[in-house]
Structures are given as C-alpha cells and as structure tokens.
Design a protein around this ligand. Structure first.
Ligand code: DAH
Length: 335
C-alpha cells in the first residue's frame, strides 16, 4: 500500500504540470501496480485491487482537470476582435468540434427509446411547476413531513422548479383517463431536468435528470412492474441482471419500494454488490382519485429515478459534477 501512495503522489505531481497529461496514465508504474496483485496472499488481493482502482479514478479525474486547464489556456488567447481565428491564425478545429450532443442527452434518448419500444409514450417534464403538481396531487398534504426530503426551491411567486419528474404524474393520469375508460391503459414516461437545494459533491447535484414511468390498467400488478424494470435495465446494460427490492416510503405509492440491481461483473461489480437505482411502487389510491380516476376499478404502478446514476455505472464515471461542468476533456470522451 505504501507503494500505491508513492505512485499516486508522483503521478499526480506529473499530471498537474504536463502538457500531455493523458500520456502519464500509460506509464509502466501503473501496470506494475496491477501485476503485483498475483504475488499477494489471496486475502489481501481484494483490498489491494480496490486501492489500485481508486487510484486510477483519482488519476483520471486529475487528467480531466489538467486537460480542462490546458483548454482554458487556449481559449484565453482568442482575439475576440479578430474576424475569426486565434492570434490571427485560422482556427484548427477538430472535425468533431463543430458541436455534438451532451452525453446525458444521448443517454436519455437511449432510455426513452427503450421505453417507447415497450409501448410507453414519452413526455418531457416541466421546468417550472406548482405545489399542486409537485406535492398536493401526489398525496403530500400541506404539512406532510416528507416534503422536507425534496429540498425544493421556490420562486417569490410560489412556483417550483420541480424536484422530481413525479410532478407530471397528475397530468399524465388526467390526460389518460378517457383512454382508460374506453378499455385502454395509461403507459407513459416523463423525463427531464429536476432541481434540489443540495450541497454539491461527487454524488449530489442541484440540477440533474430523472425519468419516471406510470402505468395504469384494470389489472396492473407489482409483478408486471418488476418485469418492466428488469427488461429496461437488461436492455440498457446489454446483459442479464440480478434484481432485488426493499420496502421504502413515498407518499404517492403503497406499497413503496426501492429497486436495486447487482453491479455487473463486467462493470467492475463484485457478487453481492447491490446498487439502488430507483424508487417505485403501486400508485396510491389518493393519487388516482386526485386525477379523477376510480381507484376501486383501476390500479397502477410508477417508478422514478436519476439518469446520471445509470450513465455513471455504464461508463465508470466517478464524479457526478463532470456532467454539468462543461469540461471539454470530459465531453470529448463521448464523441
Ligand atoms: N419521485 C421520487 C424521488 O425523486 C422517486 C419515485 C419514487 C418516483 C417512487 C416514483 C415512485 O414514481 O413510485 O425521490
């Protein structure tokens, strides 16, 4: 472990001053650390491998920071009064730098594509809403303690930039009521940006994306919900997955559950390493009634969760803040 510390300090120092920081990740020191694993007693290998993986993530982050610093240095030398170019030299744009989609947009399109192929209609979530939709119609009465869990921003006029995509549920249910009553079912996903007054760190952002699903019919069951979610996750990650649930409380579902998948070995998971992916449950009768739907005749299930979490697992991204950082070095990895 002593050796890992030394390599970490040396490489971090080199990255911080290098003009080609990514090359440093190719130095033999890192490979050597990996090759030591085979020489260790079996019981020490797990902890050692974990430390080396952590080191790799720290170095990757440092490389992105350094690349960003180098990029910004270039940007500063742009002569804004010149018709175009940098220091009167024509811009040397990479062919890919004419603009490209943000990775969250492409991944969200991917997510929506999977659900629309299953028969769900996709509806963009609102960026500004009100108490009625964010809370009241979701069975949070005015002084409900669970409101505190949503760290909600409010404008002076009392509007709310929504803290979850569940804010669309009441509209989806109201709009689908006629379809239900003519023998059909409601199947919709709502997706979009949500906002919370959070302290920002590697796993928390004030601005992030969620995707939410709502299904209502005369016969909807929890089993159908689990099947739907399992198909979604297996399609998104392109492999078979183990799933599990545990009880959780959300005012708008009864029963409410947290849904977890076992982290796939191909993505660095160990057996028994569970990742909580979303909240879900059977839609509370009060939520159906608030949309004018007869809860003695119809039943439904709903789920909702963060999009970044899905993407971070898929690509091994260790820090949520990269997404909103505008760091070109990070964004270029998805071109
Ligand atoms: N809206 C919840 C949140 O942001 C997530 C959620 C839980 C959505 C359960 C649902 C649900 O539709 O049924 O924390």
């Amino acid at each position: 472990m002593q050796n890992i510390e030394t390599v970490r300090n040396n490489l971090l120092a080199s990255i911080a001053t290098s003009a080609t920081p990514r090359e440093i990740l190719k130095l033999p020191e890192l490979k050597q650390l990996m090759s030591v694993i085979a020489t260790l007693p079996v019981e020490e290998r797990g902890a050692y491998g974990k430390s080396v993986n952590e080191l790799k993530q720290v170095l990757e982050s440092a490389v992105i920071d350094r690349e960003t610093e180098l990029d910004n240095a270039t940007v500063e030398s742009i002569d804004v009064t010149a018709p175009w170019g940098i220091n009167n030299k024509p811009l040397q744009l990479l062919p890919t730098e004419n603009g490209s989609q943000h990775p969250l947009t492409s991944e969200l399109e991917n997510v929506i594509d999977i659900f629309t192929r299953m028969g769900f209609e996709a509806i963009e979530s609102r960026q500004i809403d009100d108490d009625e939709h964010m809370f009241a119609t979701l069975n949070f009465h005015e002084n409900h303690p669970a409101r505190d869990g949503y760290d909600t921003f409010r404008t002076e006029e009392g509007f709310i930039p929504p803290a979850h995509t569940s804010t669309m549920q009441n509209r989806i249910l109201k709009n689908g009521k006629a379809k239900l009553e003519s023998g059909g079912q409601i199947a919709a996903v709502s997706y979009g940006r949500v906002y919370r007054n959070e302290d920002v760190d590697a796993t928390h952002e004030h601005t992030f994306y969620q995707c939410e699903g709502v299904f209502v019919s005369e016969t909807a069951t929890l089993g159908q919900m689990l099947g739907t979610l399992r198909s979604f996750f297996e399609t998104y990650y392109g492999q078979k997955l183990q799933i599990k649930t545990q009880p959780a409380y959300f005012p708008f579902v009864e029963p409410g559950l947290e849904f977890a998948i076992e982290k796939p070995a191909a993505l660095g998971g160990k057996p028994g390493e569970w990742l909580e992916m979303l909240g879900c449950g059977m839609i509370h009768p009060n939520v159906l009634q608030a949309a004018g739907i007869d809860s003695t005749k119809y039943r439904g299930f709903a789920w909702g969760g963060g999009v970044e979490r899905l993407v971070m697992l898929k690509y091994g991204i260790e820090d949520l803040r990269h997404f909103e950082s505008g760091k070109l070095a990070f964004l270029r990895k998805f071109l």
